[in-house]
Ligand binder design. Sequence first.
Ligand SMILES: [Fe+2]
Ligand SMILES: [Fe+2]
Length: 357
Amino acid sequence: MTNKTILIIDDEPKFRANLADWLEDMGYETLQAEGGEAGLELFRQKQPDMVLADLNMPGLDGFGVVEELTRTSPETPILVISGVGVLEEAIRAIRLGAWDFLTKPLKDLELLEHTLGRAFERSMLLGIDRLYREHLEEEVAKRTDKLRQLNDALHALNTEISDTQRELLYTLGDVVETRSHETANHVRRVAKLSHFLAERVGLEPEEAKLLQLASPMHDVGKIGIPDSILNKPSTLTPEECEIIKSHTVIGHEILKHSERPLMKTAAIVARQHHEFWNGAGYPDGLSHGDIHIYGRITSVADVFDALTHPRVYRKAWGHERAVEYLQNQAGKMFDPELIRIFFADLRQVEALMASLG
Ligand SMILES: [Fe+2]
Ligand SMILES: [Fe+2]
């Protein structure tokens, strides 16, 4: 016994019976149907392992059966039985999806057995191939899932690193500003405002982000300035003024050795945040486009925030006064384009600043 069931669809009862006998002798189980419709119905009910279908039958013929089974059950071998001398019919059936053909009358049992064996072998290979592909897909899905998990973990780690980095930089900025009694959150507001201006002036998002992280370090060079000068309540002598101004160069010296883009950005910010558009700033007296855009942006952000918040030596300016000052300094202290951007979206600037106290 092969445990395989073959469905015979043929309108000639005698031929069906003979064929069934032969097949049973070969160890197959058989089912029989006398026409296409009945055959398909039986197929659906019993799910045989192979179908042998006569091509010429009243009602739904063998071609119709081939078409239907090829569509609905492509792994089931379907062999057609055609009359002798009508090879074209057999070819047409094969084009429609039949696996092979037998000719009526069936005489050569060995050939029949061989044809069936070959069809079953091909069917088995198809099944193996499908299982393999399914397994492969499952495997790919599993690995993709694993990769996704890894990726998520990596992403979380990255977020953690950049959050930590940002916190460290803000804290470092805070430490410096605290020494010179800057108001709380000064560096955070400068960071936000710098980012805002950087985006609006057309820097790439990545670069804008970099500037946001780097700008809190603009005054890091003040760690090299003695407290006695930094916090002197009375007017500074010209020499003391020069020492204060040197915080730009000191900051640059501290940061310039790193190859990290963030540190490079911070080095530029530290050196250039007191340069003036008209060349009257320090330490290098650069002007216009010679001042790096990082320096120009941080300058606007730093001054605006400093003016709108109190310092030891003066009260905070009102918002209007600070805004007016900025306007007046366009083309003098500040890059006029940045001031234009600043005023183009003043409401958002105000909202931004308010969100950080
Ligand atoms: Fe400064
Ligand atoms: Fe500052």
